[in-house]
Design a protein. Structure first.
Lengths: 246, 303
């Protein structure tokens, strides 16, 4: 346990030494909420959104953005680089198993995600009066489900990518379509029905939907949670099977 | 007592045979060298011993256990080629982190001092020179206070001074009772450090002996050169049973012989009150032995 705590601490320090990663995961999601909130029309209730404001939707979208950046791009890049550079191999010769480093990296990512999500929620609440999740337990479940699904996909990328660079490319290629379905460019709520149906089955689309439901006081729909669980299971098992330490 | 036994080890990657048949035993407390040209199968052999690869055939025991036995991870320190650390991890953080992996780590400050890393503790791994990275790598292999240290090409990339310092460190590690398995393609390193050497070529052990024994296998010949303080007859020396041949080059004499030729020649000269000026003794080196045993130089150049 001491080793795991130490590894997690070291991973956290290394994360904080990557200014770009810190910006995109800790600062950018909150900045996005601030920038969009500055557009007056986005602060007006819209009948098309069932009386919600655009800014209300973007808090959940920003939370999904945190997870996508960390899971698809951060973790996969770090782990694939660790393998490429023989860091996992060196660890395999010590009493600390390389799996511990993998776990430490995931715990570190989860902690970072929590900090960033709290920032987004607090800024949304204080600056733009976006209500905190009314269904708190449901929100935590939706958050953990979405985190599990994105991190499992990130792990599979790390398992398949031959190098850190390749992992980064794959992660970036996946980032844009998955974030599209989460509504980063146009909120899901204004998607045509057929597109919304597709989005419901994508990891970040299902994640956004579950978070949005919890934000507005409902328990996240079992359909969305089942989709997230399925991604976590399928990608997680595939990653565990295919991950090579060297 | 045996620290490591390797019995008819075989390992292939696809169609490429890396290790054809390698057997040897390493005694406790010795520095055992695996010497051979690049691609001979040295690294594959030590990776099997370190439990990083599964052999296709043969058996290995390390301290009486299977190489994959997790209990060995505390007892065996490994320094591998091409194993890096995160770019932005500092030397101090790396040492502290690796010290927490072991139940009874050695004091990392002293280890850093022994390896000349004290001035670099706050430097990030990515900013270290090749030699400094190598020394940190050695420090991490020793930090757990291992019973066996496996060091793969430990002085590659070091400058001559750093290389000599590292050799002293390896000797001091052995003096603490640690068995050292050293992989190298530097003749001078093997000759200086190793108690015994296994010469590996094309996946096989071609010879296994002390460095001196290997040299003696190929040549017991010695050449002595000197300028006598006054002219002497050849017969004075050729009459000695140890002397095979005497050649003259101007005022210089070259005496070729075996065994105790040096002692025989100097004793005779002393008896005749002749001083041997500019005395030089040339012996076959491990290099020569290597060329004879494998039919080519260590760098793969045909001979």
């Amino acid at each position: 346990m001491r080793v795991f705590a130490k590894l997690t601490g070291v991973e956290l320090r290394l994360f904080l030494r990557e200014p770009m990663l810190v910006f995109w995961t800790l600062a950018f999601p909150s900045l996005l909420v601030i920038i969009l909130g500055c557009i007056p029309a986005f602060r007006e209730p819209s009948p098309g959104l069932g009386g919600l404001r655009v800014i209300d939707l973007y808090v959940a979208i920003a939370i999904v953005l945190v997870l996508a950046t960390l899971g698809l791009q951060g973790t996969s890049l770090v782990l694939a680089t660790y393998r490429e550079r023989g860091i996992l191999r060196r660890l395999a010769t010590t009493p600390a198993r390389p799996a511990a480093l993998l776990g430490a990296q995931l715990v570190m990512s989860l902690l970072t995600a929590i900090v960033s999500v709290v920032l987004v929620l607090v800024i949304g609440r204080l600056v733009f009066d976006v209500a905190l999740p009314r269904q708190a337990a449901g929100f935590v479940v939706a958050f953990l489900g979405a985190a599990g699904a994105t991190f499992a996909i990130g792990l599979l990328i790390a398992a398949l990518a031959p190098s850190g660079k390749a992992a980064n490319t794959i992660g970036t290629l996946l980032f844009f379509p998955t974030m599209f379905f989460a509504g980063l460019w146009t909120p899901r709520e204004v998607f045509p029905d057929w597109l919304q149906r597709i989005s419901d089955f994508t990891p970040l689309g299902a994640g956004e939907r579950a978070l949005q439901e919890a934000m507005s006081g409902h328990w996240p729909g079992w359909g969305s949670l089942a989709v997230l669980a399925a991604y976590m299971l399928v990608f997680g098992v595939a990653a565990a099977r295919l991950f090579r330490w060297e | 007592m045996t620290a490591i036994t390797v019995d008819r080890l075989q390992k292939s990657y696809g169609d490429t045979v890396a290790v054809r048949e390698v057997s040897f035993a390493v005694d406790r407390g010795e520095i055992f060298g695996i010497l051979g040209p690049n691609g001979a199968g040295k690294t594959t052999t030590v990776e099997c011993i370190a439990g990083l690869r599964t052999p296709d055939g043969g058996a290995i025991t390390v301290l009486g256990r299977e190489p994959r036995d997790t209990a060995l991870r505390r007892l065996v320190g490994v320094q591998l080629q091409e194993s890096e650390l995160p770019e932005k991890l500092t030397v101090r953080e790396a040492l502290e982190l690796y010290a927490t992996f072991y139940p009874e780590p050695v004091e990392w400050q002293r280890l850093a001092d022994d390896l000349g890393l004290t001035g670099k503790l706050r430097t990030r791994f990515g900013k270290l020179s090749g030699g400094q990275k190598q020394r940190l790598s050695i420090a991490l292999a020793l930090i757990g206070g291992p019973k066996i240290a496996i060091l793969d090409e430990l002085t590659t990339g070091l400058d001559p001074q750093a290389r000599r310092d590292t050799w002293e460190l390896v000797e001091s590690v052995r003096d603490r009772g640690v068995t050292v398995l050293l992989v190298t393609h530097f003749m001078a390193e093997a000759e200086r450090l190793c108690d015994r050497v296994a010469l590996i070529d094309a996946g096989r052990v071609v010879a296994l002996d002390t460095p001196a024994g290997l040299i003696a296998q190929v040549s017991a010949e010695q050449r002595i050169r000197f300028r006598p303080s006054r002219p002497i007859e050849d017969a004075l020396l050729t009459d000695l049973p140890e002397v095979r041949e005497v050649r003259r080059r101007g005022t210089q004499l070259e005496v070729i012989g075996d065994g105790n030729v040096l002692h025989a020649v100097t004793a005779t000269l002393a008896a005749h009150q002749i001083i041997a000026n500019d005395l030089r003794v040339e012996q076959a080196s491990l290099d020569d032995a290597f060329v004879r045993l494998t039919g080519r130089g260590i760098d793969g150049v045909g001979n």
